[in-house]
Design a protein around this ligand. Sequence first.
Ligand code: C2E
Ligand code: CA
Ligand code: CA
Length: 628
Amino acid sequence: MSDSRIFTSFHEKLMMLSHSTDFINERRDRKLAALAELCAEALGIERVSVWLLSHGHDRITCEYLFDESLRKAGAAEYDPTEPLILYRNDHPRYFELLGKARLIDASNAREDPATLSFRDNYLIPLGIHSMLDAPIFDGARPSGVICLESLRPHNWTLPELSFVVAVADTISLINTHEAWLDSKRKLDYITHFDSLTGLANLNSLRDRMGYLVSKARHLNHSAFLLVWVDLDRLKAINDGLGPQVGDAVIAETGRRLSELKLPGKDLLARIGGDEFALILDSAAQSEAVDRISDRIRREIQRPLKVHGQQLTLSASLGICEYPTDGDDAESLLRSAEAAMYCAKQQGQSQACRFDTSIQATARSRFALERELRQAIHNDTLNVYYQPIYNGDASAMVSAEALVRWEHPERGLLSPMEFLEVARGAGLMYELGRCVLRRVCLHLQQARSRHVQMPVITVNLAAEQVLKPELPDDINAVCKDFGVCPSTLHFEVTEDAIQGDSNALRTILKRLVKAGSELAIDDFGTGYSSLSRLKALPFSKIKIDRSFIMDLPNDEDDCAITLSIIGLAKGLGLSVVAEGVETEAHEQWLQAQGCQFLQGYRYSRPVPFATLLERFIFNARVPIAPYRD
Ligand code: C2E
Ligand code: CA
Ligand code: CA
């Protein structure tokens, strides 16, 4: 046969093999085996092997070996788990060529400088005379080599040289294809799974519900339950103990929920930061649903230890059922979420099953959100003021601005009734700006009437203190109304003081630089550490109302309040007690040296006009408390 005929027949064989669908769908080891056997058979040689080059190019590892003599003797195939490895240090010349040559043609391998180093330990013991090696390239990078070895002296012909290069290129294509499949699999994983917990994600949950719904429609039966599990107060953990602890808590919750055996459990997914959802594939009776939700809540409430911290969590559950509460994935998700909100409103660790009243609430929540957006847009939110007094309650030192919404149909709404809606709709920053504008407008009005106003304390939400533009925004609003920024002080809840974020520190420092004092609000309810308090520029601590409420009868609350007062003293911070309602509260707090008092005992929050009349126009200096 002429060289060109041989050449053509080799290439035809390779083409036929590499383009057959069977080959394309084969596993990698089978592909390598088929190529190796093709080489052995076409060239009439005894050994063909494929090697992987390490990333550092310091070694090659045999991935597949075809050895005719082993096969004839019926011996075991090459075992890649106990691989042959050759090192660059032992074969420097060969490795150098691997990086740059297209071919290593060593017809007389035992003498050839490229392969001489293999002579005593490899070629002679194995009886090899000729080697023909073609590096495999992935792009411009060598990634391996295919080795053809003949036990008889063999002068490699031109068609053979060209053929082995083509086989090396085929392996390179296989590598590229596999890398592509692998990245596709990874992408698929990312789009369908949650990387923190390894659970399915919201996309998968939607897909699965879509499938169950279409199956149910065809089979004309089968209901299923969707349980929405929302961790209570995860944000406080994230903020107080750091996001690593938060992540560990989420991962542990995912683990617990996935190990929990529940009847008809179909798919568990993590569908948001601290939200999980479970599909239970059966129509369950109410008692069964109650049992299931109890078990989930109990499982989550088991104390857990993360990063050396003992924590107790709880979750709110919203439960709905297909087809009663929704006939597709989206409406089921909405129903379960609405039920979960209803559970949250009842306190921590509650469960709610979706029903028509929840549906109405969800609808009205939706309407409320729309109206709130309007109110913020039109700048119609109002602000009431609650005075804060000095320690002996003889003089008003400042007043806290508290947002109010005069709703056209529902009347005056307190923040408890709409802040969650604002938060859920991502409106907190805008709402905060609205409050600031209103406060500045009031200050402007007072000034135009030559009224000396006390300092106004404004509440800042987490969404505000985490925005770098906050200080500039506050400045701009003050400028608009001709208000000096130092007449505004701020309260930030303990929950909002995130980790050890530098950005937060910078923002707060800028506020202080502009002349504002900062207080930590609702102190005692979060997880602030002492070191964090020291690092942030707060000058006041506001003890949460829940600790004041039962003073002086509740021993625990007394102890907590005392320790907060002590802690504040140690840090050089002053203390404000909020929620002071009774004389007993007042006396106890005064005895402990609490510097500032606020509460219904002195005044409820009042409209701006009332603040002026009651406390300012009528006041001789100092401004005396008004008792309701
Ligand atoms: P807060 O900052 O802890 O405000 C104190 C809340 O306790 C006020 O409720 C006040 O009316 C109420 N309160 C004051 N003294 C007493 C008392 O003696 N007894 C009782 N039972 N309650 C008392 P309000 O105005 O409904 O505000 C609720 C919460 O809404 C505030 O709690 C604050 O966290 C938030 N908030 C209010 N206005 C704003 C605002 O403009 N921006 C932001 N981000 N949050 C605000
Ligand atoms: Ca406050
Ligand atoms: Ca407070």
